[in-house]
Ligand binder design. Structure first.
Ligand code: NAD
Length: 276
């Protein structure tokens, strides 16, 4: 079975570098998809209160029979719950059927409400109580991260951000590297977009006997990103994990780097306020 390397977070917790994302996986499809992923060898699942499928993620983990400590589970605090992280996590844990998560993230900063520093203090307490082994954020910009660090002294373990060949986030990755924050890429496959059909990416894949999706995931891994590709198709679930037996060279990496457009697929974190 594929061995996925771990990355050490700044609090000593280890996270498998490749996991399984379940955004927009319908609740009725989630248990089967997560079970397929766990059978294929994934040991890391990324969900969120917002996704409406925590109960089904938990059911698949329970049904797998895997020891709890062998599956890394992330969930996220939704924007409308920033005033009560403890209560929101309790509800997530109840749905997941777990007594702790491995990683709890603030889903978006929602700067217009200016509650994220207080929410972060709530996550510090959650970590101290052992209800999350590690705590981090998602969609935070450098200014938001800097405020957390300046006002609380606790550096997030991870920032989960939109990151793919079209939007490689050099500035944020450099900030993370300077502060010991691990970069986790959401939308790593451009949410199924153009990069997967790009002839240049296909040509790189052909040189290595790999698909465009595998080439792009390998690019992420070689940058040091944690990646959480999503698929409900069993063959793609297996394909996306089969990325640890080849290495992209400098020329291959340059091809992927050349796909940057600077355009986001998702919302701008400086203004996004849904549910806030
Ligand atoms: P993704 O980049 O993982 O793309 C998923 C899509 O790519 C699939 O629906 C499918 O169309 C296609 N695909 C997957 N594997 C393929 C393959 N092998 N070949 C061809 N096409 C393939 O996009 P995503 O789901 O948005 O992101 C991954 C995960 O990141 C999510 O499931 C979720 O867990 C997380 N996420 C977090 C946030 C956030 O705000 N924190 C936002 C979006 C997603």
């Amino acid at each position: 079975m594929t061995h996925v390397p771990n990355i050490a977070l700044n609090d000593g917790v280890e996270i498998p570098q490749l996991g399984f994302g379940v955004f927009k996986v319908a609740a009725g499809e989630t248990e089967r998809a997560v079970s397929t992923a766990l059978e294929a060898g994934y040991r890391h699942v990324d969900t969120a209160a917002l996704y409406g499928n925590e109960r089904e993620v938990g059911a698949a983990i329970a049904a797998s029979g895997l020891p709890r400590e062998e599956v890394f589970v992330t969930t996220k605090l939704w924007n409308s719950d920033q005033g009560d992280p403890s209560g929101a996590l309790a509800a997530s844990l109840e749905r997941l059927g777990l007594d702790h998560v491995d990683l709890y993230l603030i889903h978006w900063p929602v700067p217009s409400r200016d509650r994220y520093v207080d929410a972060w203090r709530g996550l510090e307490k959650i970590a101290a109580e052992g209800r999350a082994r590690a705590i981090g954020v998602s969609n935070f910009q450098p200014a938001h991260l800097q405020r957390l660090i300046d006002e609380t002294g606790t550096v997030p373990a991870i920032n989960q951000i939109e990151l793919h060949p079209g939007f490689p986030q050099e500035r944020l990755r450099a900030y993370h590297a300077a502060h010991g924050i691990v970069t986790e890429a959401w939308g790593p496959l451009s949410q199924g977009g153009d990069a997967l059909r790009d002839a240049r990416v296909r040509a790189v894949g052909e040189r290595h006997g790999k698909t465009p999706a595998q080439v792009i995931l390998r690019w992420h891994l070689q940058l040091g990103n944690v990646v959480i590709p999503k698929s409900v198709t069993p063959s793609r679930i297996a394909e996306n994990l089969d990325v640890f037996d080849f290495e992209l060279g400098a020329e291959d990496l340059a091809v992927i780097d050349g796909l940057a457009t600077g355009r986001r697929l998702g919302p701008d974190p400086d203004t996004f306020a849904a549910g806030g």
